[in-house]
Design a protein around this ligand. Structure first.
Ligand SMILES: [Zn+2]
Length: 126
């Protein structure tokens, strides 16, 4: 499906007309810069490289949101981007530590996770 922009946090899609009238995402109220379809690209990267980048971003977003409540949206942005990439390769291991811990928790339900990153099951955002 063709779109003009989509929200970086919830992936809701909008036409150019809808985007020009809005000052935030009408669906989730995110003020993050929307994703313009004209900027969609394909790159070649190793899955492990992508995991490293995603986990570092995840930890940074977690650290920032722990120290500054105004940065809470960073975690959602990283999760949204990671989920969009994971959905392109659903047979691959998760890109985030939360996703990896979620798979471990699914396998070992009694395990306890101590630390700022908590297990999350894979689920679609949109
Ligand atoms: Zn949104």
């Amino acid at each position: 499906m063709s779109y003009y922009t989509k929200c970086i946090d919830c992936r809701a899609e909008f036409t150019q007309e809808e985007c020009l009238k809005a000052n935030c995402c009408p669906a989730c109220k995110s003020v993050g810069i929307p994703l313009v379809q004209a900027d969609d690209i394909q790159i070649k990267i190793n899955w492990h490289e992508l995991r490293v980048l995603t986990m570092w971003a995840e930890f940074w977003a977690q650290h920032q949101s722990s120290n500054n409540p105004e940065s809470i949206g960073m975690k959602q942005t990283v999760k949204s981007i990671a989920t969009a990439m994971e959905e392109q390769y659903p047979s691959r291991v998760p890109l985030t530590m939360a996703g990896e811990l979620g798979e471990a928790k699914d396998r070992y339900p009694d395990m306890e996770v101590v630390g700022p990153i908590q297990p999350e099951s894979r689920k679609k955002i949109h």
